[in-house]
Design a protein around this ligand. Structure first.
Ligand code: AHR
Length: 498
């Protein structure tokens, strides 16, 4: 294969990488909470009923913003069902996933977990069947000092100090007809504005995320977003977007080119934000919150999405392979390259439900997608650089022309982190890295995830079929780097810089 030349000049900076792009998402769905992070009957349970093995694994992902309690679940959830003495909490019929919800895990448990895990809590309101007042009461419960009704209730439930929840999503996927309480854009905009106003009146320091278009294939794509942003104005700080992808054609090179369309989605949504900003002649610019993203296409049918009235049913438990791990890396590359636009992103989800971690009884399995996320997340501090790339490319039937090597880079304090995906399925790539006006001194660390078969998964029998390995083929000479990257691989490399 022809060599790839990359220039990463320290002067060509995009923006500081917001650490919140390494967020996660925990929904009351399937076995994400029960049998996932919370399982008092497990031998791994701590005194709170939290699964220590799962939390230990999650710690390696160093996740930041953690979105909770949904998802579609949020649109029928009444947060007061999940607080107070556990024996008094109602068991309810949950309509989004047709499951039984016993409310044994709620706001207080989530906040305890978030604090243990150093997550930034991000709560999704019920704007489907809930009211703006219920939303504002939740803000008081979480954020206000004692001395009023809901703050006192929090203290009574064991937490005198406020939880300080800064990030609030104004509903979930309200543009989708499947959503409980789905309404047209103009009506949603009114509900969201009403809720956000009451919430910001209760705690002016919070930030809110308006529901944007959740699928580029919806006919209201962009028009929904324009309508909502124009109406809600400064009551929202971010607009959300979601993306679930898959290799529906069974064509690996085509699938790996999907980053083109992720870049496009981000840029189109940003165009709406800028359009609204220009039209309203305001300094307020809305940024993007990519609060659900992942691979989800195998477990889409009713048997995987309808809980049939059961507690903790097996829902959308997608099994991930090597090519999925490379696509996860592609999403992260795209977020880093758009560091000036994307400020929050949440891998959906974290345990069992389309997740990097699976449980089976007391066993636990790390899926392929766990590894790239961990490799990137541990190298996230710094400023995204604009890569200039010259090298082989190919035509993807679905996503157009794409470079064989996908890249992003973060300039840290005396270090340069580079993330590379080799989309070629059979050939090793030669990559030369020129740090422009800077100089590479040495390789501090380098890891790779690769394999010969894009369909290989980790299993309980062979749990490390796909995992991170040291990458030995990275060199520095005369201030430049060179990398030999195996086919079908993602690498994360940290260089010391002058
Ligand atoms: O993550 C699974 C579901 O996907 C979420 O509940 C919903 O928001 C999206 O459609």
């Amino acid at each position: 294969m022809e060599k790839t030349h990359v220039i990463l000049d320290p002067a060509y900076q995009i923006a500081p990488v917001d650490s919140r792009i390494f967020g996660g998402f925990l929904e009351h769905m399937g076995r994400a909470i029960y049998e996932g992070v919370f399982d008092p009957n497990s031998t791994h349970a701590d005194e709170n009923g939290f699964r220590k093995d799962v939390l230990r694994a999650l710690r390696q992902l160093r996740m930041t913003a953690m979105r909770y309690p949904g998802g579609n679940f949020a649109s029928g959830y009444h947060w007061m069902d999940g607080i107070g003495p556990k024996e008094l909490r109602p068991t309810v019929r949950e309509l989004a996933w047709q499951s039984i919800e016993p409310n044994q895990f709620g706001t207080d448990e989530f906040m305890k977990m978030a604090s243990m895990m150093e997550w930034t809590p991000m709560l999704t309101l019920n704007l489907g069947t809930g009211t703006p007042e219920e939303a504002r009461n939740w803000v008081e419960y979480c954020n206000c000092a004692v001395g009023s009704r809901y703050a006192d209730l929090r203290a009574k439930n064991g937490s005198k100090a406020p939880f300080q929840v800064k990030l609030w999503c104004l509903g979930n996927e309200m543009d989708g007809s499947w959503q409980l309480g789905h309404v047209p854009a103009d009506l949603y905009a009114i509900y969201a504005q009403q809720a956000a106003k009451l919430m910001k009146d209760t705690d002016p320091s919070i930030e809110t995320v308006a529901c944007g278009t959740c699928s580029t294939s919806l006919p209201t794509y962009m028009e929904w977003d324009r309508t909502v942003l124009e109406y809600i104005g400064s009551y929202a700080d971010y607009i959300s977007l979601h993306r679930y992808v898959g290799n529906r054609m069974g064509d690996t090179p085509d699938y790996l080119a999907i980053t083109n369309s992720i870049d496009q989605q981000i840029e189109e949504m940003d165009a709406v934000c800028r359009f609204v900003q220009a039209r309203s002649k305001t300094k307020k610019r809305h940024y993007l919150c990519f609060d659900e993203w992942n691979i989800w296409y195998r477990k889409r049918s009713a048997e995987h999405t309808n809980g049939s009235g059961k507690f903790a049913p097996h829902l959308i438990e997608e099994q991930y392979n090597l090519e999925d791990a490379l696509v996860v890396a592609g999403f992260l590359n795209s977020f880093i390259r758009h560091a000036d636009i994307v400020k929050i992103a949440n891998l959906a989800q974290i345990v069992n439900v389309i997740a990097p971690i699976q449980t089976r009884g007391d066993d636990m399995l790390l899926q392929t997608i766990f590894y790239p996320f961990a490799m990137y997340s541990s190298r996230r501090d710094g400023i995204a650089l604009l890569p200039s790339i010259r090298g082989p490319a190919y035509e993807s039937p679905s996503y157009g022309r794409v470079n064989t090597i996908d890249i992003s880079a973060i300039l840290g304090d005396g270090v340069l982190h580079i993330f590379l995906v080799n989309r070629n399925i059979s050939e090793t790539a030669e990559i030369e890295i020129d740090h422009g006006r800077g100089k590479l001194i040495s390789v501090i660390s380098s890891e790779v995830v690769s394999g010969s078969d894009p369909n290989v998964c980790n299993t309980y029998e062979n749990p490390k079929a796909i995992c991170n390995q040291p990458l030995q083929t990275v060199k520095v000479s005369e201030g430049k780097g060179s990398v030999q990257l195996p086919p079908l691989s993602v690498a994360a490399i940290t260089f010391k810089t002058a």
